[in-house]
Design a binder for this molecule. Structure first.
Ligand SMILES: [Zn+2]
Ligand SMILES: [Zn+2]
Length: 346
């Protein structure tokens, strides 16, 4: 069968690009330091350009995921973040947009390099239920894959996840939840009521530090835990833009949806509030993430930010899926670049 010219050209292009796609392993070539890859910068509201919450913190070639919402595994491959490098996942809380991609992240890590141990998932109490449920949901799948590819490629001992719960910090308390190879991860409580527990994490490595807010309103415990850090990733919501969606839902007679849009602002910070937290904590730079509502046009970003830049004078970005923020060992400041391909890896 004669293929159309366009198809033959596409086939040639794919053949040419496959070797690079297969060899993609960005973490192997990163300079010494703490690197923060934004895998998902969106929220549960459907967003064509932003996946659900997921940030990959990379230190000494190992990847630590903070949350794993839907599309995490797919965007990781587009960023050439090799799944066999995932050392652990840390969950901030158990909202669906923070756990919905755990199953496929776990599966990709398992078969990427014949992992012999299950994926570690750290979190406050409740993580056992999430992990047990997903392990059960994926149990048949894991069995099929071992049967099909053999135990050398898909070892049963490495399938699924293991929950590692820790005692949830309360009030202004911080607890060290991981201390490995020079990387220290500290958890602190944030305010995402009625969701409890809800945590943020601070990563310290070779004198550099990044803080993840998780989902929260402006939170004094976050300001305290983030003191002096180099970079803060903070969730952000625009009440004004969300109000437009709320009004549209009301106009369309969608009363449940209108109610949801009305409920959401009381448990996320606005961009100016996130900027306040950054300034008060003396943090060097701010990247806003967990963007609510979706911004279908880049031109809406100034509307989303409001007067946030008047609240914090340092570098302030609206994070996008595919961003890489680098905090080099022995260096200062934050280097930012894009790290994403239209094509997935293999
Ligand atoms: Zn949440
Ligand atoms: Zn969320």
């Amino acid at each position: 069968m004669a293929l159309p010219l366009r198809s033959r050209l596409a086939l040639t292009a794919v053949k040419r690009r496959l070797p690079a796609m297969a060899a993609g392993d960005v973490a192997a070539g990163l300079p010494r330091g703490l690197h923060v890859a934004v895998v998902g910068s969106g929220s549960p509201l459907p967003d064509a350009s932003r996946g659900n919450a997921c940030v990959a913190v990379i230190a000494a070639g190992r990847i630590f995921l903070v949350d794993a919402g839907e599309r995490s595994a797919e965007t990781m491959t587009r960023m050439r973040l090799a799944p066999h490098r995932i050392a652990a996942v840390l969950l901030t809380h158990f909202h669906s947009d923070h756990i919905g991609g755990l199953g496929s992240v776990s599966l990709q890590r398992w078969v990427a390099d014949a992992a012999h141990d299950p994926l570690r998932v750290l979190g406050p109490p409740g993580v056992e239920r999430v992990v047990a449920g997903l392990n059960e949901a994926y149990a048949l799948d894991c069995g099929y894959r071992t049967e099909h590819h053999g135990p050398a490629v898909a070892p049963p001992s490495g399938a699924g996840m293991i929950a590692l719960p820790f005692t949830s910090p309360e009030g202004e308390e911080s607890v060290v939840v991981l201390d490995e190879d020079g990387l220290r991860v500290t958890a602190f409580a944030v305010d995402h009521a009625p969701v409890e527990p809800a945590l943020g994490y601070r990563f310290d490595f070779e004198g550099r530090s990044v803080v993840m807010s998780g989902d929260t309103v402006y939170s004094p415990s976050l300001v305290r835990a983030a003191r002096g850090a180099d970079l803060l990733l903070h969730d952000a919501l625009s009440p004004g833009l969300l109000r437009l969606a709320q009004d549209a839902a009301a106009g369309a007679g969608m009363s449940s949806r209108r109610q949801i849009f009305a409920d959401v602002p009381d448990y996320h910070a606005t961009a100016p509030q996130a900027a306040d937290a950054t300034r008060e904590a003396g943090v060097g730079a701010l990247a806003l993430t967990h963007i609510i509502p979706p911004l279908p046009m880049r031109a809406l970003e100034p509307v989303f930010l409001g007067d946030a830049r008047e609240h914090f004078a340092g570098p302030l970005w609206l994070a996008r899926d595919g961003d890489l923020y680098s905090l080099l060992s022995g260096g200062a400041g934050v280097q930012r670049k894009r790290l994403i391909s239209r094509l997935p890896g293999i």
